[in-house]
Design a binder for this molecule. Structure first.
Ligand SMILES: Cc1ncc(COP(=O)(O)O)c(C=O)c1O
Length: 467
């Protein structure tokens, strides 16, 4: 039940409460906190934590000032027939399954080489906890606040983007994925074309399709999207929106080359189109200095800029900002209100506290070195156990290593065989909006410690021998 999160001492008290609830009658009073403290030699806080857990499990009723009582069990209900719902609902929404499998929580015995987030050892949990505690103590955090988000936080995101974006152009969202869904609905109409790099983030493909857009791929390589093909695609399809990740693109890690930036912007300007820049990996650079966002070079408002903090800080910090100048900015704000009103005040307050504290910079120094060690450990493991797959150019940042597999390898059979070896990897197919040119695997460095890659890749090489 809740034992995963409870300390051993809490579990000891909880066991007794569960036994009392099972053997007693509804309405019986539980022993007092003082009695449980004496019996288990623990603090009152520990006893209270156990009672709270039992209350969440529906085993006890806590009556303030009186004590805790055994709760009445839920009445047995006859088995329901819910099968009519499949007929009523028809087919599911596109992309739901693949996104759910991407976000599935792996078994604790598995080595996770597929995680889109950094694990707790890389997260600044102490500083985040302190920031959230301070935020929660400010009564104004719990107020409604402006729907587009706190002005100071919007200003911070705008300054980080550089260029001409101002606080007034930014809207705070609860993460990158909802921001993409909002942007695709707010800036395009069903039936319109959405151009995407190929391969690209499968959640963007899914959100585009869910908004009724026709998602058309434009080939990208290690230097980002090919500007000549992008210009062609704009001309041929009449698209007004192009989704791209200029920095450490997920899944392949490419960075849009300096020599291509002006041509990409010109292609969008010629087409009278928007570029949706997903800057999710800012802060995940391992080698060298990252180029500034494309938004910094944008003069006439063609770039819509998205920056989320979930990947670089912690998945629980579901705070992002989306920025656009002119009517596009207004459209985004309106679209977002329709989606979910506004982001929780305490989370916004904690974010501005954290990003303006010394802990913010300290976090990135530690993160860079942690990712460096993990990436190199993964590459070394590949060179040892699967040398024919090791990439010739390692990614200079981001969370993923993209492997092209031999033509005859059945990618999904390999993913299943790897799972049987207790190593979680993700296949390449869903990252292509049209046919995949070859089978691929995406291996990630966010979710497993550096000393697990050798074993993980050894298991993966064993999986290879079975497909
Ligand atoms: C490129 C990219 N953009 C956006 C997202 C959405 O992330 P979040 O909603 O956690 O900010 C992801 C998550 O995997 C991603 O890889």
């Amino acid at each position: 039940m809740y034992e995963d999160n409870a300390s051993d001492t809490v579990i000891g008290v909880l066991r007794e409460i569960r036994t009392l609830a099972r053997d007693g009658a509804p309405g019986d009073r539980l022993p007092s906190v003082r009695t449980l403290v004496a019996r288990h030699h623990v603090s009152p806080l520990t006893v209270q934590a156990a009672i709270r857990t039992a209350s969440a499990e529906g085993l006890v009723d806590v009556q303030p000032g009186k004590g805790s009582y055994i709760a009445a069990p839920r009445a047995e209900t006859p088995t329901a027939d819910l099968s009519w719902q499949s007929v009523a609902l028809g087919p599911g929404r596109q992309g739901e399954e693949v996104l759910s499998s991407l976000l599935a929580v792996p078994s604790e015995h598995a080595i996770t080489l597929s995680s889109g987030y950094i694990d707790s050892t890389l997260q600044p949990v102490t500083a985040l906890g302190a920031a959230l505690a301070r935020a929660a103590r400010q009564p104004t955090s719990w107020e409604r606040g402006p729907i587009e988000g706190r002005h100071d936080l919007r200003g911070w995101f705008a300054r980080e983007a550089g260029g001409r974006l101002r606080a007034a152009d930014m809207t705070i969202c609860s993460g990158g994925q909802p921001a993409l869904a909002t942007a695709f609905r707010g800036l395009a109409a069903p039936g319109d074309v959405l151009l995407v790099e190929s391969p690209t983030y499968l959640g963007a493909i899914a959100a585009g399709r869910d908004a009724g857009l026709r998602v058309v791929p434009v080939p990208a390589d290690a230097d980002g999207v090919r500007p000549d093909l992008l210009a062609d695609a704009f001309r041929r399809t009449g698209a007004r929106l192009f989704y791209c990740q200029p920095l450490h693109a997920n899944p392949h890690g490419g960075v849009l080359a300096t020599s291509r930036r002006a041509d990409v912007l010109a292609a969008a300007a010629d087409a009278g189109a928007f570029i949706m820049e997903d800057d999710w990996a800012r802060g995940l650079t391992i080698d060298g200095t990252p180029p500034p966002p494309l938004a910094a070079d944008d003069v006439n408002g063609h770039v819509v800029y998205l920056r989320s903090l979930t990947k670089v800080v912690a998945p629980g910090l579901r705070v992002a900002a989306i920025g656009a100048r002119g009517v596009a900015g207004t459209r985004l704000r309106t679209a977002r209100v329709l989606d979910d009103f506004f982001v929780a005040g305490p989370l916004q307050a904690a974010t501005i506290d954290f990003v303006t504290s010394p802990a913010w910079r300290r976090h990135f120094t530690a993160l860079r070195s942690g990712l460096h060690t993990r990436r190199d450990a993964l590459l070394a493991a590949l060179r040892t156990h699967l040398p024919h797959l090791a990439p010739s150019t390692p990614p200079s940042g981001g969370l993923h290593v993209w492997l092209r597999l031999p033509e005859d390898v059945d990618e999904s059979a390999l993913v299943t065989a790897a799972a049987a070896q207790n190593v979680v990897v993700f296949g390449g197919r869903p990252w292509f909006a049209a046919e995949a040119p070859a089978p691929h695997l995406r291996l990630s460095i966010g979710g497993a410690p550096a000393d697990s890659y050798d074993d993980g890749v050894r298991r993966l090489s064993r999986a290879f021998t079975t497909v």
